[in-house]
Design a protein around this ligand. Structure first.
Ligand code: ATP
Length: 140
């Protein structure tokens, strides 16, 4: 089965959306393989979002993602990457409220930055992001 990395961002934890999101996770058939709450520092956010380092919103994104703890989850199911992206909805939570009103970002997010959750955008990103945050488990 496929794995993806989900993050409940600081606004998700502060806003008490965790239970609602976890219910959606299990109702949609995902298994949570591993999870942990961490406080990210600026360095790790800059590295995680390196592809956005030249964007105008990068500084604000780093501030937002370090504003409080996040919940990291490895989710597993068939087609996990695409199915989790579909469940969370579009990046801009304001647009999500109109086009995907039942999506997690529509229900819990606020705008194009404070959108409550993250999901890996491809199986390759999922592998990179999972090993970025979680230790490789040895098989022996
Ligand atoms: P994520 O990678 O967190 O799942 P995404 O793939 O939907 O989100 P990206 O384009 O990769 O969106 O942007 C990464 C994150 O940067 C977004 O989730 C959001 O928090 C922030 N972001 C994206 N676009 C903007 C914007 N125009 N203004 C402010 N913040 C933004």
């Amino acid at each position: 089965k496929e794995k993806t990395l989900a993050i409940i961002k600081p606004d998700g934890l502060f806003g008490n959306h965790t239970d609602k999101i976890k219910n959606a996770v299990s109702e949609s058939g995902f298994t949570i393989c591993e999870e942990k709450i961490v406080q990210l520092d600026e360095e790790s956010v800059m590295s995680f979002y390196a592809e956005h380092s030249s964007k105008s919103f990068f500084g604000s994104l780093v501030k937002y993602m370090t504003s409080g703890p996040v919940l990291l989850m490895i989710l597993e199911k068939e087609n996990a990457v695409a199915d989790w992206r579909a469940l969370i909805g579009p990046t801009d939570a304001r647009k999500a409220k109109i086009t995907h009103p039942h999506s997690i970002r529509a229900l819990c997010g606020q705008n194009s930055e404070k959108n409550c959750v993250h999901g890996s955008d491809s199986p390759q990103s999922a592998q990179r992001e999972i090993s970025f945050f979680f230790e490789e488990k040895s098989s022996g």
